[in-house]
Design a protein around this ligand. Structure first.
Ligand SMILES: Nc1nc2c(ncn2[C@@H]2O[C@H](COP(=O)(O)OP(=O)(O)OP(=O)(O)O)[C@@H](O)[C@H]2O)c(=O)[nH]1
Length: 307
């Protein structure tokens, strides 16, 4: 048995993957004493940087590689499930975790626990670094939520935020305001000056609107020349004052294209959250308010105060 273990550990040192061996002892009273790290291979020491002496048991190891207490507590819960899963299913279990390595850098790892090792009660845990993969996924996730032309959020993100905001309003009672912005006669800009000029106008308008908002307000492109602002302000009067600055900012701006200058106006439809609202009902009301603003010729802020 000892020979098997020695051979097994020798093989682990030849692996190009960081690995540790855990010994499970179900008889120990305290959960933290049930898992003991009995071996870390060479690749583990190179990549994560801690020798076995620095990792005497699972709990101490956790404190070294997860100095952030909150992160550690979350992970302890995950690991508890992870260990339970391994013992119950006699299979492989995987989790993703952030580890503070000995060089002080935080890296992401795919951690795989395998209880099918040949030594009874010994579990093999391998660590595959996925830091660059995680960064790429995060970058793609962010890109998928942003409008490529203007850099503000897209409709997909807005709908997610709106859903979360409706849930928050339902549970806390703190409302919010939704505004739909449309550039008036934007099609004429494209027709007169070309699509490229239209693009620049959209970018400039976004900058002007954004500069009137605070960092917590969510500005998103709804489609074409329509934008939506979600503001955590349940008083429509106050929200109106803020949005008027954005509306006025676009109005006062002189747009230049080659030898020409021109002005732009916007129409805004504004509505506030009401108890029982869904994302659809509040969007519908904002759209209706926008249409009513358009009906009076645009260049207008229409506040929906119907009941
Ligand atoms: N340049 C440019 N044009 C776009 C883009 N997306 C949509 N459009 C154009 O935006 C126009 C639609 O805008 P609308 O708001 O419906 O038309 P509008 O002239 O502003 O009409 P009103 O809103 O009623 O004042 C169409 O001509 C689209 O081709 C874009 O990314 N770039």
């Amino acid at each position: 048995m000892q020979g098997d273990l020695d051979n097994f550990l020798y093989l682990l040192d030849c692996l190009p993957v960081a690995a540790m061996v855990l010994l499970f002892n179900e008889e120990q009273q305290r959960e933290s004493d049930r898992q003991k790290i009995v071996y870390v291979n060479k690749k583990y020491q190179q990549l994560i940087g801690y020798p076995l002496e620095r990792t005497p048991n699972a709990e101490a190891w956790m404190e070294v590689v997860y100095p952030d207490r909150q992160h550690r507590e979350k992970l302890m819960m995950l690991c508890h499930t992870f260990g339970g899963l391994l013992r119950e299913t006699e299979e492989i279990a995987q989790i993703r975790m952030k580890i503070r390595c000995n060089d002080g850098k935080e890296r992401d790892f795919q951690v795989t626990g395998d209880n099918r090792t040949i030594i009874p009660d010994h579990y093999l845990v391998t660590f595959q670094e996925i830091t660059s993969l995680t960064a790429e996924i995060e970058q793609l996730r962010q890109q998928s939520e942003v409008d490529q032309l203007t850099g503000v959020f897209n409709q997909h993100h807005l709908l997610r935020r709106l859903e979360a905001e409706v849930e928050r309003a339902e549970s806390t009672g703190a409302g919010f305001t939704l505004m739909m912005f449309d550039l008036d006669f934007f099609k004429d800009v494209n027709d007169h000056y070309g699509h490229h000029c239209g693009d620049q106008v959209l970018i400039t308008c976004v900058d002007l609107i954004r500069s009137a908002l605070s960092g917590v307000d969510c500005l998103a492109r709804w489609n074409g020349a329509d934008f939506v602002v979600l503001m955590r302000e349940d008083n429509p009067g106050i929200a109106r004052q803020v949005i008027q600055k954005a509306w006025q900012g676009v109005r006062a701006h002189t747009f230049c294209w080659r030898d020409s200058t021109f002005a732009m106006t916007t129409t805004v439809g504004l509505t506030s959250y009401r108890r029982g609202d869904t994302t659809e009902s509040i969007l519908e009301r904002a759209d209706l308010a926008l249409k009513r603003g358009k009906r009076v010729g645009g260049d207008f802020i229409f506040v929906d105060d119907s009941d």
